[in-house]
Design a protein around this ligand. Structure first.
Ligand code: SAM
Length: 331
């Protein structure tokens, strides 16, 4: 039986057309806020979806109205043959936006194949401009490599380059203005993300730095002028300083959630469709896929996940609501 071209509309009339795919739970960094403290469990090879399995799920998603994909992880570039997979993804018909989120450590090695695969937009995570602090946050002395990766991406014409900064109270809060000031010198979009309590990370006990506080610090640099929203904009509130060539964004998932306009589903590295980043709800698509089920049956897994998408994530009400691990779900 054929899947009829249709849309994934949830109970609250949101059209879910954006799939974020985590291709691995492995990462070459051990960020304070991302890895659960102490937990060393890694998915076994057979537990992780193979590329051809991800492509089949994506093709089904496209027939259900998915038009936008982001590849994330773990660190996607540590997975073997990631760029070949990106190429296969960009050759699929029906997608109009494919992007990649990376920590940038391996970017200088892979920027050519990434660009050749047809990826035009990158999000790169960088929480500090200080080499020692980078090591403190990530556990690895790789600041220079990441910066060279960012430069390599710029030289290659990747545009926009979005720099993701998680605002961490007592850790990088003294640097938020320095990071924002990059937007005067570079055409980057510097996006400040509220720390989200997912799983038990080593940061759970600190008071989070929320959007109003982050914003008031940045305003020391000048007035933040709103930027008009574009069609593929995510939840970031976009601004610009007068005279800057880059932009500033705020992603306030905790203090001012954007659930009412959320258009996302996630496919985890171990093959579950997760309708909300911040709620422990998922539907297993790997088991029916590996049991040889039809596309229509796999489409039903999408529909079941969509049906369970909550109206609003529970984090503000209950910061301990999520047991999952960011490194496996994909941010
Ligand atoms: N390894 C890639 C990277 O570092 O960009 C992709 C995966 S990472 C999980 C995706 C994004 O999630 C990163 O920008 C990271 O900073 C962000 N992130 C991870 N844990 C977070 C948390 N607890 N709160 C807010 N953002 C988080």
């Amino acid at each position: 039986m054929e899947i009829k071209n249709t849309h994934l509309i949830d109970r609250y009339k949101r059209n879910l057309n954006y799939l974020r795919i985590s291709i691995t739970d492995r990462c070459n960094l051990r960020c304070l806020y991302c890895r659960p403290s102490g937990a060393g469990y890694k998915l076994k090879h057979r537990e992780i979806l193979r590329y051809e399995e991800i492509l089949r799920i994506t093709r089904i998603g496209i027939r259900l109205g998915i038009s936008k994909i982001r590849i994330t992880g773990g660190e996607p570039l540590v997975r073997k043959d990631c760029c070949e997979f990106l190429g296969a993804l960009t050759r699929l018909r029906g997608l109009n936006d494919i992007s990649l989120t990376t920590n940038g450590v391996l970017l200088t090695d892979y920027i050519d194949p990434i660009a050749a695969a047809g990826i035009k937009r990158l999000n790169i995570s960088l929480d500090t401009l200080d080499r020692n602090k980078y090591k403190e946050i990530t556990g690895v002395d790789a600041f220079e490599r990441v910066w060279q990766g960012i430069e390599a991406a710029r030289t290659k014409g990747i545009d926009p380059i979005k720099i993701n900064v998680v605002a961490l109270n007592g850790i990088n809060d003294d640097e938020l203005t320095d990071l924002a000031a990059l937007s005067f010198q570079y055409p980057f979009h510097i996006r400040f993300i509220e720390y989200m309590p997912i799983g038990h990370t080593r940061l759970c006990d600190k008071a989070p730095l929320l959007y109003p506080q982050i914003r008031s610090r940045l305003e020391r640099l000048g007035e933040l002028l709103p930027v008009a929203r574009a069609p593929h904009d995510g939840p970031a509130m976009r601004y610009k300083f007068k005279g800057a060539i880059g932009e500033i964004g705020f992603i306030s998932a905790v203090s001012r959630h954007f659930c009412n306009e959320c258009n996302r589903l996630r496919l985890t590295a171990d093959g579950r469709i997760r309708p909300c980043l911040l709620a422990d709800i998922h539907e297993d698509i790997k088991t029916p896929l590996r049991a040889g089920r039809l596309d229509t049956e796999l489409a039903d897994v999408f529909f079941r996940a969509v049906k369970r998408k909550p109206f609003q994530h529970p984090v503000k009400l209950d910061p301990n609501a999520i047991n999952g691990e960011m490194v496996r779900i994909g941010g």
